[in-house]
Design a protein around this ligand. Sequence first.
Ligand SMILES: Cc1ncc(COP(=O)(O)O)c(C=O)c1O
Length: 396
Amino acid sequence: MFDTDTNRNSVFAKFEKLAERMSAVSAVGRSPFGMRFDDMLSPTRARIGNEEILLAGTNNYLGLTYAPECTTAAKAAIDAHGTATTGSRLANGTYSDHLDLEEALKAYFGVASAIVCTTGYQANLAALSTLAGRGDHLLIDADSHACIYDACRLSDAETIRFRHNSPEDLAKRLSRLPDTGARLVVIEGLYSMLGDVAPVAEFLKVAHAHGAMLFVDEAHSVGCYGDHGRGVAQAQGVLDQVDFISGTFSKSFASIGGFIVSRHPALELIRLVSRPYLFTASGSPANVAAARAALGVIARDDQLGKRLWARANQLHAGLIAAGFQPASPPGPIIAIERPDDQTAVAEWNKLMDAGIYVNLAVPPATPQAKSLLRLSVSAAHTEADIDRILAAFRSL
Ligand SMILES: Cc1ncc(COP(=O)(O)O)c(C=O)c1O
């Protein structure tokens, strides 16, 4: 597919194996990586060429990307404030809309401080790389998202991985640490690949018992779990004790952007020193307005969440009835492990031929090098949509 330069001094030489793997995957049928959608028709439908595809692999959990509240707010923001802020939050890039969104997040989570960043990726980089500095200890779940790993690289703190979803292993590692330096434990509410939920309340107990603070990335869980989508920490009754929560507007909030919230007012201080917050342009008026409108819908109306769960339960039960074994209990992310890459790629193509798009997830993007067909459910899916997805899986 690509001519990688065989000269071993070429910057591309290291990608030779990757190029071979990509060619092998694409040779089976369509290329699953960076696929082109010619037209988006709704939260659950896209057109590719002449085919209409049913989308079962987006993170559009609440289906709000076409909600009139969000589209109207985004259009009005462009008319009022233009297409971009052209500056950092610290310079000319803080509009009243960014501050209103931060106030709304504070009220929604019942916290003392909230910071809106340009993406969720940057929110994690901004918070973790700054909160944990030289001499400190960052303890992260082994299955953490790439941006948490990248945040650790950007931080001067020592990074320690603990076993996935194991408060016991965390306790062991915390008890071995020297007395010096701050301790920050990082977990996710809902893991994006296998769809498993963290025992946040147990992690919190262990972290606080060992003098550590707890940071929960609720990128996938906010909007889906807890009262009016306040996330897994809220669902497990510990929202008021968790030290930091980060999240994204790119999934349930139908926009682009990210946030960090905290019960500690001192979180505000990182605005002055956090490079991923300072040295990048702020979120565009349309993105901020869409996220604010989505937050308004989620805080006001819990029908979308209920619909999402009804569809998630339907899909999960149907997959089991069809002989598949989902990696986790019912939830907005349902992953089916396949024996190897080749099987996963072949089945992904068959699903596309049946007009169903799911995510193909293969190593190194997956935990324990699993090959996965990853489905995500949306409140915008109908019962008939789920039946169609199930029929396609039965025919594999
Ligand atoms: C767990 C987790 N955190 C953070 C992010 C980053 O979010 P964003 O798309 O807003 O950069 C993602 C994105 O997929 C994610 O899965």
